[in-house]
Design a protein around this ligand. Structure first.
Ligand SMILES: Nc1nc2c(ncn2[C@@H]2O[C@H](COP(=O)(O)OP(=O)(O)OP(=O)(O)O)[C@@H](O)[C@H]2O)c(=O)[nH]1
Ligand SMILES: [Mg+2]
Length: 326
């Protein structure tokens, strides 16, 4: 705040000074009498940060039979757009939506949501995958989890390549992980290096490529990433933090999609109370989800995206309730 302290022997003189120094519309923050006269603390009007007008959020007018499901799913973060799509699908059925209390509504709503969530297990069959996304979303950690699980669960061979040479610490972070997993590790500084490294490890079941985190608004960096990855044409797995604000997540998906996204991994699911926001975005953008990551532990804190389980957690308050409904 730009405050000005003005002192004068009389209040009138102080106010005249305020007007002269801060203008006619100055705000008087404080006026007090002292043993020497008056002190006025004033604020220049242009220093006042205008508050955006608060838009009253209209309560969505759900059909009575759907309102309870909608309220619960909204608490999970599911968007109005997705909820409208579910409601629309229910209106076409024989369910009674004109009154509350039909126990079939959450069950059918969950099934509809399940159908809306596209999932893919392509990554487990993919030979060459690059992990892209904004800074710090968990690309490197997720890559390590996926590598470890391919080795542990399917006894497959993995090679790791990083093109994240932007920070040396990032190279060392991944080198340490590769050593821990006992898999070959390559650093590619140029597109030619990348091509060579991919050729060298062609016999591996999986080649996982780590990339530099980029601001979704740094179009040049994203374009450079696209051009580099084009040399080997990998499956592009986008990592998006489930904690991202909706508008930012939307921008991230839109801008990274210039690379051509094949699948989505929602990370940091454990760090948000509204995971439905990111889930809704995946649905709205028709991006298939491959994994959800739930913590920092490598390799345990990752699960394959399961549409039925995701829908159940979005619609039903708890599993017990879901069991009763099924
Ligand atoms: N709570 C939580 N933390 C995670 C998860 N995934 C990654 N992290 C943490 O997020 C931080 C950043 O992870 P990184 O894997 O380095 O992220 P990155 O996207 O590779 O980061 P840059 O390469 O710098 O862009 C680390 O502290 C990870 O342990 C997750 O699912 N949940
Ligand atoms: Mg990284």
């Amino acid at each position: 705040m730009m405050l000005k302290r003005i002192e004068a022997p009389t209040l009138q003189e102080a106010l005249t000074k305020v007007e002269k120094e801060c203008g006619k519309d100055a705000l008087l923050v404080e006026t007090k009498e002292t043993h020497r006269g008056f002190v006025v603390v004033a604020q220049k009007p242009e220093a006042v940060i205008p508050r955006p007008p608060r838009k009253a959020k209209a309560a969505p007018d759900w059909t009575p039979g759907f309102a309870e499901v909608a309220a619960r799913a909204t608490e999970f973060g599911l968007s109005q757009g997705v909820l409208r799509a579910i409601e629309k699908a229910l209106i076409g059925t024989q369910l009674r939506l004109d009154r509350t209390g039909d126990p079939a509504v959450p069950r059918v709503a969950s099934k509809v949501l399940q159908a809306l969530i596209k999932t893919t297990d392509e990554l487990s069959g993919e030979r060459l995958t690059a992990f892209v996304g904004p800074t710090g979303v968990g690309k490197t950690t997720t890559l390590a989890k996926i590598a470890a699980n391919a080795i542990r669960e399917r006894n497959e061979s993995v090679a790791i390549i990083t093109i994240d040479t932007y920070r040396m610490a990032a190279v060392e972070q991944l080198r340490a992980m590769a050593e821990m997993l006992n898999v070959p590790f390559e650093v590619a500084f140029t597109p030619v290096d990348l091509k060579r490294a991919v050729q060298k490890h062609a016999p591996s079941d999986h080649i996982l490529i780590d990339t530099t985190g980029r601001s979704p608004f740094d179009r040049r960096a994203i374009e450079a990433l696209r051009a580099t990855l084009q040399t080997c044409n990998p499956h592009i797995a986008m990592c998006l933090s489930a904690t991202s604000r909706r508008l930012d997540a939307e921008a991230a998906l839109e801008n990274f999609n210039t690379i051509g996204l094949d699948s989505l991994i929602l990370t940091k699911w454990d760090e948000t109370r509204l995971p439905g926001e990111a889930l809704s975005l995946a649905i709205e953008q028709s991006l298939p989800l491959s994994h959800i990551t739930l913590g920092q532990e490598i390799p345990d804190d990752i699960v394959s995206a399961d549409a039925a389980a995701l829908a159940a957690s979005a619609i039903a308050a708890n599993e017990q309730e879901m069991e009763l409904l099924l």
